[in-house]
Design a protein around this ligand. Sequence first.
Ligand code: AMP
Length: 556
Amino acid sequence: MPDMSDPTPAAFPSYTSGTSTTPMLGDTIGANLERTVATFPEREVLVSCSQGLRYTYREFNDAVDEVARGLLGIGIDAGDRVGIWAPNCAEWMLVQYATAKIGSVLVNINPAYRTHELAYVVRQSGLRLLVAAESFKTSDYRAMVGEVSGDCPGLERTIFLDTPDWAELLSAGREVTGDVLVERMASFSADDPINIQYTSGTTGFPKGATLSHHNILNNAFFVGELCRYTEEDRIGVPVPFYHCFGMVMGNLAATSHGSCVVIPAPAFDPVATLEAVAKERCTSLYGVPTMFIAELAAPGFESYDLSSLRTGIMAGAPCPVEVMKRVVNDMGMREVTICYGMTETSPVSTQTRADDDLDRRVSTVGRVHPHVEIKIVDPGSGLTVPRGTAGELCTRGYSVMLGYWEEPDRTAEAIDPAGWMHTGDLATMDSEGYLNIVGRIKDMVIRGGENIYPREIEEFLFTHPDVADVSVVGVPDLRFGEELCAWVKVHPGKTLSADDLRAYCRGRLAHYKVPRYVRFVDEFPMTITGKIQKFRMREVSVDEFGLQAAAESRSA
Ligand code: AMP
C-alpha cells in the first residue's frame, strides 16, 4: 500500500475503484420488477402525460405479463431479437419489461433512423419481430418498414402500435398460461444478453452494444441509489427511451426503487416537460444539457411550479457549470447529479453525490460508481497517468458490455484483454478521485504543438453574460495545423461580434486559446441524444471560412 498519509497527489496513479456496502443485485430484470411489485403494488410506476395513461405497479405488471404472454403466443424464444422503434410511450416500457421477462433481446432502434440505418440494424441484429409506431411527426415508420422489408428476410413480423396489430398480439397470449411464463422466466440467467443498443458512431455503421440483465439492472440500481430514490420519487423522463439514459437510468432506476416514471411527451418538448413536472409533482428531472438550456429559456419559465423537484440527472454531453448552477438555483434541483458514461458501460461510470460540495457537483462528473473501476491512461503507451494529467478514461467491472453484437474484432478494439473498456474520452482525475471530462480524443485540438481541450474554452465562453450556448472545434490551418473555431448562440435580444468575444478572452486566456474563428448560430448540429456533431461543425466551418486548402494539406 502506498503511504496515503503524506501523498504527493501527482504521484498517485489515476485509478480508483468504487467501494460500497450495498451489494449488487443478482436478479434478472423480470424478477426484480416482480419484487418491487410485491412491495409497492398500489404505488404509481408510469404516467404517460400525452397518452393520458397511468399505471400502478400491479396494473403495470399485469399489462407487462399480457404482452409477455402475447410474445410467447406468437413463438418468440429466449434469445430472439425483438426490435422497438417508437418515440417515448407507455407501450415502449411494456415491451421493455415483457421482452426481459421472456428472455428475448430487446433491440432499441433510434426513432430518427431512416431506411438505410433501419435495414442495417434489422439485418445485423437478426431481428425476428419489430414493434413500431405507425408514424410520428415527419416519420412514416410504416412506409419505411415497407420499403426495407424486401431486404430483411429474417424479419418475420411487424406489430404497429395503436393499430389492431397490438390487440392481435395480446389475444395471441390468451391461451398461454401464467405457468408457461413462470417457466420461461426461470430458464435464463441474469448474465444472458437482454438488450442491444446501437451506438451513434460518427464513422462507419453503428455498433450494437450488447448488455445483460446484470449490466443494466445493477447500473440503474446504483444510479437510483445515488439519487436517493424511494417509492416517493417521481422522475420526469424527457430523454429518449431508445437510449440508455431513458430506459436504464430512467425506467430501470425507477422500477428497482419503487419510483414512478413520468413521460412528458413522445419526444422532447421544453414546455411539455415543465408542465409535466408541475402537474405530476416530479421530484427528479433528467436531461442532456441542451434540454435544460431549452427549459430555462422556455416562455413563461417562471410561471411553472417546480417546487416538487429535489434531484435529477444531467448527462450525455459536457454539462456547463453555468447551466448546472441555474438548474440548482432556478429549478430548485438542489441535489441534482451529473452522470458520465457511455452505452458500452451500461452506461454510468461516474456520478456526483448529493453530499458533494456544490463546486464539485457543478464542475466535475463526480467519482467512480460503486463496484466499478476506472483509470486514466496515456493513449500512446497505455500506462496509467499520474493524478491531474489528462489521458483516456477506461472502465472495468460488472458494467462493461458483453461485447458488440456479432463483431468480435470491434469488441477487441474497445475492450482490452484485462477487461478495460477504452472510452475514447479524455479525462483528468484529481487527488480525491473526482473526474473531469476534457473532451473526446478525436476532438482535442493541437494548435502549433499546444494541446487545447475544447471543453476548457467552452466553459470560459459560457461565462460571458450574452452567451446562451457555445461549442468549440479545431479547424485546419496551414500555419498552425489547427485553429480554434467557436460556434456561439447568443441570448435572445443580444448582439455580439467576433471581436467582442475575442476581446473578452484577451488577458483572461492564453493567446493560443482565443478562437480565431467565431460563428454565430441559432442551432448546433445535434444527435437526438444531445450530442453536438462536431464533425459536422468542422465541415461547415471549413466551407464557410474557406479552409479547404488547409483541410486538403492535412489529409494529404
Ligand atoms: P452514449 O454512448 O451515446 O451514451 O455516449 C457516450 C459519450 O457521451 C461519452 O463517451 C462521452 O463522450 C459523452 N458523455 C456522456 N456523459 C457525459 C458527461 N457528463 N460529460 C461529458 N461527456 C459525456
